[in-house]
Ligand binder design. Structure first.
Ligand code: DX5
Ligand code: ZN
Length: 220
């Protein structure tokens, strides 16, 4: 397995003191910053547009890990790549779990020099994706229903992680397995032992000392 990467989710940043929080985040050991885009349709919440991504990219040294929870995945993949996404993850369900459409959008993302990610909701199977993991840079397993931070971790999604990890090891692929939702120092242990190498964490990181929280996730 590759080294573990922590991707703090700025959905949970304390926006009453943004500069302070961004400075702490910039100095932490987080390698990626997770940027959740929600359109109010695919999920019942609204978040950030592309101009905010440009601002965060200027303010932070980390790679921008953009997770688009939107119905029109093709359109917004380009919008957020234009704005500087380093990783662009869209939802399988937004393309009706159509594997040809998923692989074609991944190829388009890679052609633009961006890492291609595919995400699944907790109840969506990964089986159709497994033979195509060589075309996917990041498999993002949701461990809460997407839409809001601060929800409890759904442990049963780890079965999907184990299945994907077995394929990645067997085929010697470099695909990352990222997990998103309810990650804290306890659930991070479970996720890493099931085979996750990339941990998104929102409320756990921003509710306390950011650098210390990131380090506690790295010590799994
Ligand atoms: C939820 C988002 C997550 C969220 C995680 O839809 O995709 O990235 O920020 O927040 P926590 O870590 O608080 O569950
Ligand atoms: Zn996310």
């Amino acid at each position: 397995m590759q080294e573990v990467i922590i991707a703090p989710s700025i959905l949970s940043l304390d926006y009453s003191k943004p500069s302070e929080q961004l400075n702490e985040l910039a100095q932490s050991h987080a390698k990626w910053v997770h940027f959740d885009v929600m359109d109010g349709h695919f999920v019942p919440n609204l978040t950030f547009g592309p101009d905010l991504l440009k601002g965060f990219k200027k303010a932070l040294p980390q790679k921008m890990d953009v997770h688009i929870m939107v119905e029109d995945a093709r359109r917004y993949a380009d919008v957020f790549m234009d704005a500087g996404a380093d990783v662009l993850t869209f939802h399988s369900e937004a393309l009706n779990n159509d594997i040809d459409a998923i692989c074609s959008l991944c190829a388009h993302i890679r052609e633009r020099g961006v890492l291609a990610g595919v995400s699944v909701r907790p109840k969506t199977s990964v089986d159709a994706l497994l033979p195509h993991l060589d075309q996917i840079d990041v498999l993002l397993i949701m461990s809460v229903e997407p839409g809001f931070g601060g929800q409890p971790f759904m442990e049963d999604v780890l079965d999907k992680v184990k299945k994907a990890r077995a394929v990645i090891e067997e085929r010697n692929l470099s695909t990352r397995i990222e997990i998103d939702g309810g990650i804290n120092d306890q659930t991070a242990k479970l996720a890493v032992s099931a085979g996750c190498d990339t941990l998104v964490a929102g409320s756990y990181v921003f509710k306390k000392d950011i650098a210390a929280a990131v380090d506690s996730l790295l010590c799994q």
